[in-house]
Design a protein around this ligand. Structure first.
Ligand code: PLP
Length: 488
C-alpha cells in the first residue's frame, strides 16, 4: 500500500481522520460564532496595502502537509486582517448584503455533499429542491406561475443567459450558424437605460453583439428609463435596419435603486414583439414585503427576471435566480447532450446543464431552502421592512439638515446624498464629499461607496445587513458629521 511519510511517521492515504475533522469542525463553528459576536470591533475596510498579504505568503506550495493548528493560526494572523468585512453591521457600501446562520450551515452541507448537479440523476436532491425552493420564492415575490426559476452564480450570468434565450427567439439560426460573416443577419440590438448595470453591456459583449449591440436609453430626473425615448429609439433603429430584440428594464438600479416604468415599457415591447428582461438583482427581494410588491408592477408580462438572494435575502454569496417564461428557448440556446451524459429518465426530468454554459452545478438551493425555512416569509419580510425604515430615517436626517442634501429618491433601503455648500463650486464640493467618504472609510468604523449623479459626486448609504440596527445608522450619521467638520 502506498504511504506518505509525514513528520517521520507513516500516514495512510485518505482524508483527514474523523476525530480530527470533528475537532476542527467544532472549533471552526466556535470561531465563526466568535467572529460574528465580535465583528462590530473589527475595521469594516481592510487597512492592508496592495501586495501586503502576498508578501507574507510563501511563494512555493507546501511540500508536506501542515497541521490544522498552523493553518488556523494563519487565518487569524494573515487572512482576517486582509478581509473587508461584508458582514459588518456598519457596511453600507455598494449594496449592503449579509449571510446568516442558516445560510452558512447550508453552505457547509453543500461543500460536504459536493454534488455536481449537471443531470437530474447526479443530484436529484439539488434538482428538485431547486425547483421547489424557487417556486416558493416566486410565490413570495408575487410572480405568476408561468415564471420558472433556475439558479446561476450571479446576476451577471443570469442576465447573460436571459439575453441568450431572447436571441434564440429571433429565429436567425445563430446557434447553428453563429453571427460572423453573415450578410443575411441584421444587427441585433438590446435596449437598457443609461443607469442599467454594467453586466448588461458585458452580456451583450459576451454574446457577440458588440457594444454597439446595446443602445442606452436616457432616464428622467428620477433616473428611470424614459419610455418615450425607448419607443423612439426602437423605431429609429428599425428604420436603420437593426433588429431590436430585447429590452432590459431595471427594478432597483445600482446607483440609486430607481425603478424603471415597466407598465409603460410593456406596450412598446408588445408592439415590437421583443423580449423583456427585468434586472431586479437588488430590489427583487423587497417584493416579498407585501407593501413593496408594487415595485414589480408590470413584471407579470416580462419574459424573464433576475433576482439575487445573495444580495438581500441573507443567503451567502453566490446565488442568483433567473425566472424565465420560455424555458424551451433557454434550453434550445444551451442544451447539448453528448452520449456520455444521456440517461434513461432525461425526457421526464429537468437537468440543470441543459439551461446554461456550465455542466456541473453547485447545490446552491440548499442554503436558500434553509434560510427560507428558518426565517419564514414573515421573518424575511420583517427584516427587509426594517432596513427600509432605517433608510427612511437616515434620509429624514439628511433632509432636515442644512448641511446635507438628498440626491435621488430612495424607494427602498439605499440613500443617495451629499454634503452641500452653496458657496462652493461643484469641483470643490466633489472634493469635499470625497474627503468625507475617505474619512469615514479609513476610520474603519463604517463603509460607504459613491456614484456620480448629474455629474455630481454622490455618497451612497445602503442598508441590507441582517445585523444592522438603528444604532449603527446613528453612528454613521455622527461619523459623517464629524468628518464634515474635519474636512472644512
Ligand atoms: C441592478 C444590478 N444588476 C446586476 C448586478 C450584478 O450582480 P452580480 O454581482 O450578482 O453579477 C448588480 C450588482 O450590484 C446590480 O446592482
Amino acid at each position: 500500500m502506498a504511504c506518505l511519510v509525514r513528520y517521520g511517521a507513516v500516514t495512510k492515504l485518505g482524508d483527514m481522520s474523523g476525530p480530527e475533522f470533528r475537532r476542527f469542525g467544532h472549533e471552526l463553528i466556535d470561531w465563526i460564532a466568535d467572529y460574528f459576536e465580535n465583528i462590530d470591533n473589527l475595521p469594516v475596510l481592510s487597512s492592508i496595502e496592495p501586495g501586503d498579504l502576498k508578501a507574507q505568503l510563501p511563494a512555493t506550495p507546501p511540500q508536506t502537509g501542515e497541521s490544522m493548528e498552523q493553518i488556523l493560526a494563519d487565518l487569524d494572523r494573515l487572512i482576517v486582517p486582509a478581509l473587508t468585512h461584508w458582514n459588518h453591521p456598519s457596511f453600507f457600501a455598494y449594496f449592503a448584503t449579509s449571510t446568516s446562520g442558516p445560510g452558512i450551515l447550508g453552505e457547509l452541507l453543500t461543500a460536504a455533499f459536493d454534488n455536481k448537479a449537471m443531470l437530474w440523476r447526479t443530484s436529484p436532491a439539488s434538482t428538485e429542491l431547486e425547483e421547489v425552493t424557487l417556486d416558493w420564492l416566486r410565490q413570495m415575490m408575487g410572480l405568476d406561475p408561468g415564471m420558472i426559476g433556475i439558479i446561476y452564480d450571479t446576476a451577471s450570468v443570469s442576465s447573460m443567459h436571459a439575453i441568450a434565450a431572447a436571441r434564440e427567439g429571433v429565429e436567425q439560426r445563430i446557434r447553428e450558424d453563429g453571427m460572423s460573416g453573415r450578410p443575411d443577419l441584421p444587427l441585433l440590438r438590446v435596449y437598457a437605460s443609461e443607469q442599467a448595470h454594467s453586466s448588461i453591456e458585458k452580456a451583450v459583449i459576451t454574446l457577440g453583439l458588440g457594444q454597439r449591440g446595446l443602445r442606452k436609453i436616457p432616464t428622467d430626473r428620477d433616473f428611470r428609463m424614459d419610455a418615450k425615448a425607448l419607443a423612439a429609439a426602437i423605431e429609429e433603429d428599425k428604420r436603420d435596419g437593426y433588429l431590436p430584440f430585447c429590452i432590459v428594464a431595471t427594478v432597483g438600479t445600482t446607483s440609486t435603486s430607481s425603478i424603471d416604468p415597466v407598465p409603460e415599457i410593456i406596450p412598446i415591447r408588445e408592439q415590437h414583439a421583443m423580449w423583456l428582461h427585468v434586472d431586479a438583482a437588488y430590489a427583487g427581494s423587497a417584493a416579498i414585503v407585501p407593501e413593496f410588491r408594487s415595485i414589480l408592477a408590470g413584471c407579470e408580462r416580462a419574459d424573464s427576471l433576475v433576482t439575487n438572494p445573495h444580495k438581500w435575502l441573507f443567503t451567502p454569496f453566490d446565488l442568483s435566480v433567473l425566472y424565465c417564461r420560455h424555458m424551451d428557448l433557454l434550453k434550445r440556446a444551451f442544451s447539448l447532450v453528448p452520449e456520455y451524459l444521456r440517461t434513461p429518465e432525461q425526457e421526464k426530468v429537468r437537468s440543470g446543464s441543459d439551461y446554461g454554459i456550465q455542466l456541473g452545478r453547485r447545490f446552491r438551493a440548499l442554503k436558500l431552502w434553509m434560510v427560507m425555512r428558518y426565517f419564514g416569509h414573515e421573518g424575511l419580510a420583517a427584516r427587509i421592512r426594517e432596513h427600509c425604515r432605517l433608510a427612511d430615517l437616515f434620509a429624514s436626517w439628511v433632509e432636515e439638515s442644512a448641511e446635507w442634501e438628498l440626491m435621488a429618491p430612495h424607494p427602498l433601503a439605499l440613500v443617495c446624498f451629499r454634503a452641500r455648500r452653496s458657496s462652493l463650486p461643484e469641483k470643490e464640493l466633489d472634493a469635499l464629499n470625497e474627503a468625507i467618504m475617505h474619512g469615514v472609510n479609513s476610520s474603519g468604523r463604517a463603509l460607504l461607496s459613491h456614484t456620480r449623479l448629474n455629474d455630481k459626486l454622490t455618497l451612497r448609504l445602503s442598508i441590507g445587513n441582517i445585523r444592522t440596527t438603528e444604532q449603527h445608522v446613528r453612528q454613521v450619521w455622527e461619523l459623517l458629521n464629524e468628518q464634515l467638520r474635519r474636512a472644512e
